[in-house]
Design a protein around this ligand. Structure first.
Ligand SMILES: C[S@@+](CC[C@H](N)C(=O)[O-])C[C@H]1O[C@@H](n2cnc3c(N)ncnc32)[C@H](O)[C@@H]1O
Length: 193
């Protein structure tokens, strides 16, 4: 599957919006590798939280043409970039400037078939967490978990009965602990790709 065109973005834009990086491309690889599994769930509503450039949402749009695509980002420049990436690649993405999915709750309760988040996971001082600028792309606070942990309670609320959640983590985030937490608190099973 081809990578979406981001030709409308230049180095100046990437001072304000996260430039797709190794983590982005690993996420694309995981989604493509799981495309048969995801297709069995007949995804009709997909939500990417923290869409950045919109690369991932547009890619998902290539894979499941008939689904509806929503994307949020706390950074307004990212929202604008995602909208343009959708247009450029022929994928209709409703991009919304919002913290997590707050602007869409409670309407999206148990409605999302495919939920995706490549969060700010880098270990940083807590004081760096909470901006809506480019630092929001990486600043994860203690253990790189502060933003991630704030979102996890929404996962169960958002997912449809057969919904799937794709999350990027690094080892400093203690991935196994996140998986155990999702099971013990919400009865959600996870696996590492
Ligand atoms: C690591 S970047 C990933 C961008 C894109 N999804 C990708 O994979 O290339 C994390 C993104 O999450 C956004 N973000 C951070 N905190 C957020 C929050 N609380 N709600 C929504 N978006 C957030 C950032 O602005 C940034 O665009």
């Amino acid at each position: 599957m081809k990578t979406p065109s981001l030709s409308h973005l230049n180095s100046k834009d990437y001072e304000r919006v996260y430039e797709p990086c190794e983590d982005t491309f690993l996420l694309l690889d995981a989604l493509e590798a799981d495309s048969a599994l995801i297709a069995t769930q007949h995804p009709t509503l997909c939500l990417e939280v923290g869409s950045g450039s919109g690369c991932v949402s547009a890619f998902v749009g290539f894979l499941w043409k008939h689904a509806h695509f929503l994307a949020t980002d706390i950074n307004p420049y990212a929202t604008e970039a995602t909208l343009k990436t959708g247009l450029l690649n022929g994928v209709g993405i409703d991009a919304i400037n919002s913290k997590f999915a707050q602007a869409l709750l409670p309407r999206l309760h148990h409605a999302v078939d495919l939920l995706i988040f490549n969060p700010p996971y880098v270990v940083t001082p807590s004081s760096e967490v909470g901006s809506s600028g480019i630092a929001a792309a990486w600043a994860g606070g203690i253990d790189g978990r502060e933003v991630l942990d704030a979102f996890l309670p929404s996962v169960d609320l958002l997912l449809s009965d057969s919904g799937l959640f794709y999350l990027v983590t690094v080892k400093e985030n203690r991935t196994t602990e996140i998986m155990q937490l999702m099971k013990s608190h919400y009865g959600l099973f996870s696996k590492v790709r």
